[in-house]
Design a protein around this ligand. Structure first.
Ligand code: AMP
Length: 453
């Protein structure tokens, strides 16, 4: 099959050809015709499957046939959980739509709101947004949705993980009832299905990768190592294997910073990317990683979500994630678009429980190695025998890891947010504390609960 068979018009085909794509990926082959027919779509697809083009191309096609956006109006809204993902989708919209007379813009928190308001004044055909900033802008009358034709919810599972469910519901209520809805999610938990019931109608269901399985082409290895030896072992692995581009995951922001310092102290070019970094710092770190001037990007799960880095050869789990599904997302960063990849996890003795959960989720026992120089004192116990996956609601982590830094609204409009964590008293809204003041949006963002990620 080629793109010409999918019902896309010449300006879009030219943009795709320029990008060098010749064959639609499986999600594109299924989603594009369905979206063009005006159907609602519910697609299970991980990052790396080409899902962005899967919804952007037919969206551009549909919108190019209608009337351009009027002042303040938005014709299609793409909601994403993180700023990075929003920026990447917006870039794709610009690239694929370059030969069309359609307008688009992207809005997210952490940067000034006024320039975003100005861009919305004349109306936009496609708006890519994180939920919090979108609500902020709406509350300031920056845009209207009377003419909204299509709603796209990308990475819906991560939206829920990040605590955006109330914002999503609020946004849904602002939109016209008659509209086309597209929902994308890496996994389809029961919670996602509940949300889908309120959003999509008779959807075309598409699944391009079996639920919770890791990419087949990714070679996955575990190094059993003591916690204190993880840094030196990683440095050794980077040097011995001459790794040039590695995405390293840590569980916490503090851990990301510390590891970056350790790597730099050994002459390795590294940068950290996490929720405490300013938008400028994150964009710069990602650009430097892409252009090769930074070899190691150390990231937390939330910050890394949605990063589009072509054919990343190597992913390292410096810590195992607290939530087993995150392992699948992390591994999804490598072996993309048909390329083979490697994933190495450094696992300390006290992470056996997390390892067991991951292995059970992916239904695979991972190959273990020990580096002679860093043989662990605290040995990793044997893995638990794999149990068949039960079709039940996934367990919530004890402390919901909600940081709300990305699509979070500024303090002014945060009332109505359901408080989470230990301190159930809402401290948003009009509180004058620096942690909740409207200015907390830039750089120092508000922490809803004490878990640092
Ligand atoms: P996504 O899953 O949307 O993040 O896309 C993953 C990567 O695949 C991106 O770098 C895209 O540029 C690339 N891509 C998307 N569609 C195609 C295609 N049909 N052929 C080759 N590469 C593609």
């Amino acid at each position: 099959m080629s793109f010409t068979d999918l019902g896309l018009s010449a300006p879009i085909l030219a943009a795709i050809a320029e990008k060098g794509y010749d064959t639609p990926s499986p999600i594109q082959a299924q989603a594009i015709p369905a979206v063009l027919e005006g159907k609602d779509v519910m697609a299970a697809a991980q990052t790396g499957t080409g899902k962005t083009a899967g919804f952007t191309l037919p969206l551009l096609e549909l919108l190019s046939k209608g009337q351009r956006a009027q002042n303040n109006q938005v014709r299609a809204l793409v909601l994403t959980p993180t700023r990075e993902l929003a920026a990447q989708i917006s870039e794709s919209v610009t690239t694929y739509g370059k030969n069309l007379p359609l307008s688009s813009t992207v809005v997210f928190g952490g940067v000034k709101i006024n320039p975003q308001m100005l861009k919305l004044r004349k109306g936009v055909d496609i708006l890519v947004a994180t939920p919090g900033r979108l609500l902020d802008l709406y509350n300031q009358n920056a845009m209207r949705f009377n003419h909204l034709e299509v709603l796209i919810l990308d990475e819906a599972d991560r939206m829920l993980d990040m605590g955006f469910i109330n914002d999503i519901r609020k946004i849904q209520r602002l939109l016209p009832k008659r509209r086309q809805n597209l929902m994308f999610s890496a996994t389809f938990s029961d919670e996602i299905r509940d949300l889908a019931k309120t959003m999509v109608h008779n959807p075309v269901e598409i699944s391009v990768s079996p639920r919770n399985t890791t990419a087949e082409k990714v070679e996955q290895i575990i190094y059993s190592v003591d916690k204190k030896k993880k840094s030196p072992l990683l440095i050794k692995l980077i040097k011995d294997n001459d790794w040039q581009q590695v995405l390293v995951f840590t569980r916490t922001k503090h851990g990301a910073n510390k590891l970056t310092r350790d790597l730099e102290a050994k002459g390795i070019n590294a940068a950290a990317i996490h929720g405490n970094k300013s938008q400028g710092a994150r964009t710069k770190a990602l650009a430097n990683f892409k252009n090769g001037s930074v070899n190691i990007l150390v990231a937390t799960d939330i910050a890394a979500r949605g990063l589009d880095i072509d054919q990343l050869p190597q992913v390292v789990n410096f810590d195992l994630p607290n939530v087993a599904e995150d392992y699948v997302h992390r591994i999804g960063r490598t072996g993309r678009a048909g390329a083979s990849g490697h994933a190495v996890s450094l696992v300390a003795g006290d992470e056996i429980k997390l390892l067991n959960e991951i292995q059970n989720l992916i239904q695979q026992e991972l190959e273990r190695k020990i580096d002679d120089e860093f043989a662990p004192v605290n040995m990793l116990e044997d893995s638990r025998t794999l149990r068949p996956l039960k079709a039940k609601k996934p367990k919530k982590p004890k402390n919901p890891k909600v940081e709300h830094q990305d699509g979070q609204r500024s303090g002014d409009n945060a009332r109505g947010h359901k408080p989470t964590g230990k301190n159930k008293k809402h401290t948003g809204g009009r509180s004058s504390s620096p942690a909740t003041s409207p200015n907390a949006n830039s750089g120092q963002r508000r922490r809803i609960n004490p878990v640092s990620r």
